[in-house]
Write a protein that binds this ligand. Structure first.
Ligand code: DGY
Length: 382
């Protein structure tokens, strides 16, 4: 066991599950206790190293709930397998920190937590958008600094978003939720890029345009374009929502930043390495009217030199999913993934419809196992 602090719940459980960070709420512990598991939780806020997690897995461990800050690859999945482990769940919807192919090689199902952070994360992207557009953080610092000596016509001029064009790169669950909020809330036109057409989103916006027209207001539009470049060139603000992989690493580099309008806004609540952060710093330094709102960073928790000095950038510490409801829901889903596998339950068929797991009488299934197909796991009937 590593020297870090650990707390044990349900000590008489016959299975052993380790959880590498304290999770919010109580339901998740009940779920794991219900599967007959003794649960050992690391109470230290420090990010555990691979060696520390390996030591915690020890000689006998049935399942693990891990964090997006941890490197789940050969060392840890081999250690988990050797300890008799049967299940791993990331406490996140994103799993770029997990080598799923290696888990599959070791026969270990990998869970994630979709569905409960869609709206929450999109809301934070909206909050960052408006904080950047209306210079909320700069103005707050100005007030606190005692610099406000009276109303002025030119004080903190920002950007009006109503009727402008919002760009979304990656129109999956979160990107589409953000797009709907911006289009519906602020009557913006949408231009989006995604490998796949999002017909539901397009229909939603077409219906909303009909609604506006029926009320004598200008219609909003939705345009799917065939490249990220087209979004960057057309939009007044762009929010990034792709999955991080080799194809999206440094998607936003110096060249693409230069395609954006001089006074555009760039939002990122996906994963830090989607942006070449040093290039963004240089771009924001050179274009004072360009603004960015960032929830995620390339080398978290560090920031690239110069980023925190920029008045035209709003920065928050990867908290887009940080509401109590969402984080407790994520804990319940992660626990249900591990408990479901340990109970030999089948896999839930629809990770887009996960809310039944949060209420009473949760389904007897593992809610979201990303390598279920590769492992040939049985699928439940919804
Ligand atoms: C995720 O789930 O992938 C977020 O980044 C953290 O909630």
């Amino acid at each position: 066991m590593s020297p870090k602090e650990w707390q044990t719940h349900n000590p008489s459980g016959s299975k052993r599950v380790i959880v590498t960070k304290t999770l919010p709420g109580a339901r998740w512990l009940e779920v794991l206790a219900g599967s007959g598991s003794r649960v050992e939780v690391c109470t230290s806020p420090d990010i555990l190293s691979v060696d520390e997690i390996k030591a915690a897995i020890g000689e006998r461990c049935d399942g693990v709930i891990g964090q997006l800050t941890e490197d789940w690859g050969e060392t840890l999945f081999a250690a988990l397998k050797a300890a008799g482990g049967k299940a791993y769940s990331n406490y996140a919807v994103g799993y770029n920190n997990v080598k799923v192919d290696i888990a599959t090689k070791h026969g270990i199902p990998v869970g994630n937590t979709p569905g409960v952070l869609t709206e929450t994360t999109a809301e934070m992207a909206v909050a960052l958008t408006f904080a950047a557009a209306r210079r909320v953080v700069e103005a707050d610092a100005f007030m606190r600094g005692g610099h406000y000596h009276g109303w002025l016509p030119t004080l903190f001029l920002g950007t009006l978003l109503k009727g402008a064009t919002v760009g979304v790169i990656g129109a999956g669950r979160i990107g589409a939720a953000y797009a709907r909020m911006m289009v519906e809330g602020f009557k913006m036109n949408l231009v989006y890029y995604d490998l796949y057409q999002n017909k539901t989103l397009e229909q939603y916006i077409a219906d909303y345009a009909d609604f506006l027209a029926a009320h004598g207001e200008p219609r909003v539009t939705c345009t799917r374009v065939d490249s990220p470049e087209a979004v960057l060139q057309q939009a007044d603000l762009v929010s990034l929502h792709p999955v991080l992989d080799a194809t999206t690493h440094h998607l936003m580099n110096a060249e693409r930043l230069n395609l954006m309008k001089e006074d555009a806004i760039l939002i990122n609540a996906s994963r830090g390495p989607v942006i070449d952060e040093a290039a963004l710093v240089a771009h924001c330094q050179a274009h004072p009217n360009f603004r960015a709102g960032l929830d995620v960073f390339e080398d978290e928790p560090a920031m690239k030199p110069g980023l925190s000095d920029l008045p035209n950038v709003v920065i928050v510490p990867h908290i887009a999913s940080a509401t109590s409801w969402t984080r407790e829901g994520m804990a319940t889903l992660a626990a249900s993934n591990v408990a479901g596998v340990l109970n030999d339950y089948p896999v839930w068929p629809d990770p887009n419809n996960i809310l039944p797991f949060l209420g009473d009488n949760a389904p007897e299934a593992a809610p979201s196992i990303v390598n279920a197909k590769e492992l040939g796991l049985p699928v439940a009937t919804a």
